[in-house]
Design a binder for this molecule. Structure first.
Ligand code: GLU
Length: 411
């Protein structure tokens, strides 16, 4: 199933509850603009490579469009379109004044040198600089991109438009970035996991957690939950997966991946298991924190975790989601669960526009407050309407975008 079809199913479930008519659904689902650009660059070898870049600007009813830029070999227009719409609902769920967008370049970042990645990034900005900007559409990191890539984006954008730090978020702290932005998505995932465990009446210390994906989001989530005395019993990435019933040494694993080019391969502190064994392991909480589409109708029946925390975007396809709903597995949906990143992006944007510096304590405090409020609203809506947390989150997000659209009008 295509990513955008999957999203349509989740959207329609919420739209039915909200009683939206077909014309309004069409308006809310149709992206404002989709661009595809050619990115020719000279490789270090002197050869020329041509990449394809995308930016989908989904909706700006509630503010400038906002969303990450993904570097991955499987990036295509349909995936970016689906992820852009998720950003629209995500910014609305946490009630920050943005719409939604997403971009991507189809490439494997591990196969390019830093200089090559920089050339690709700057060339992409050359192509889209007139379509983005602090009041229009603000990119940020996503899978395969980092604060370094964001610095290149700002620097290249500035060449056309002058000093504009708010044109992109997720920048290095030393280069107009925000302390706490890098950890924010994982911190939010961890925080909301604890809130959910409490709401479900479960004891937090000793909770057995499995995390699939050990990049920025996975590592910070692991660290946060470890600090809250959860037991991280399984961790994996694209290169290796490890298990330890008595708990993995998360801090040692993080040090290892930082010294090993970001990969877990070769780690010695746990029992090596397969990717499938990680997903199917006996645990209390399963956290997909990498690619989309990992939980499907084929594997859903083998998942033993009673709680699934969607740190990744769109990790659960609709058939698996329906199955989990039916058998009583609780799924904390992506558009709420991983919204900490874009929320901290908002702080960074505000800081840049005010030419003021925020401190880490303030970032954490405001982040925790905003995510906590959104969680309570979604939880209450799910309880009163007797719907899943995903449908409640979509109802909250889609409902807010619908109201802004109706209030602004379309003339
Ligand atoms: N890429 C992140 C997401 O999917 C962050 C987006 C942002 O900060 O704009 O939410």
């Amino acid at each position: 199933m295509r990513s955008s079809e999957a999203n349509r199913i989740y959207f329609d479930r919420a739209a039915d509850q909200l009683d939206l008519n077909e014309n309004m659904r069409q308006l809310l689902l149709t992206p404002r603009r989709e661009v595809q650009v050619q990115i020719p660059v000279e490789l270090d070898s002197g050869a020329i490579a041509t990449f394809i870049g995308y930016r989908v600007q989904h909706n700006n009813a509630r503010g400038p469009m906002k969303g990450g830029l993904r570097y991955h070999s499987q990036v295509d227009l349909d995936e970016i379109r689906a992820l852009a719409s998720l950003m629209t609902w995500k910014t609305a769920v946490v009630n920050i004044p943005y719409g939604g967008a997403k971009g991507g370049i189809a490439l494997d970042p591990t196969s390019l040198s830093t200089r090559e990645l920089e050339r690709v990034t700057r060339r992409f900005v050359d192509n889209v600089h007139d379509l983005i900007g602090p009041d229009v559409d603000i990119p940020a990191p996503d899978m395969g991109t980092s604060s370094e890539v964001m610095a290149w984006i700002m620097n290249q954008y500035d060449k056309f438009h002058g000093f504009s730090p708010a044109c992109v978020t997720g920048k290095p702290v030393e280069y107009h970035g925000l302390p706490g932005r890098e950890e924010a998505t994982g911190r939010g995932v961890g925080l909301l996991t604890l809130k959910l465990l409490s709401r479900l009446g479960r004891r937090i210390p000793g909770t057995r957690v499995a995390i699939q994906g050990f990049g920025n989001v996975g590592t910070h989530t692991a660290k946060f939950l470890r600090d809250a005395e959860c037991r991280i019993i399984a961790v994996g990435d694209a290169t290796a997966n490890f298990h330890s019933e008595k708990g993995l040494d998360v801090l040692e694993m993080i040090r290892y991946v930082h010294s090993n080019g970001g990969a877990l391969a070769g780690y010695k502190g746990g029992d090596a298991i397969s990717h499938q064994e990680l997903l199917f392991c006996n645990c209390d909480v399963l956290i997909p924190a990498a690619l989309g589409g990992v939980l499907t109708s084929e594997n859903a029946g083998h998942i033993k975790a009673p709680i699934i925390i969607e740190a990744a975007n769109a990790p659960t396809n609709p058939a698996a989601d329906a199955f989990f709903d039916e058998i009583g597995v609780t799924v904390l949906p992506d558009i709420l669960c991983n919204a900490g990143g874009v929320t901290a992006s908002w702080f960074e944007w505000v800081q840049n526009r005010q030419h003021y510096q925020w401190g880490m304590n303030r970032v954490r405090q405001e982040l925790d407050r905003i995510l906590g409020e959104a969680f309570e609203q979604v939880w209450q809506l799910a309880s009163t309407k007797k719907v899943s947390l995903r449908t409640a989150a979509f109802m909250l997000g889609v409902g807010r975008v619908h109201r802004a659209t109706a209030l602004g009008g379309i003339e």
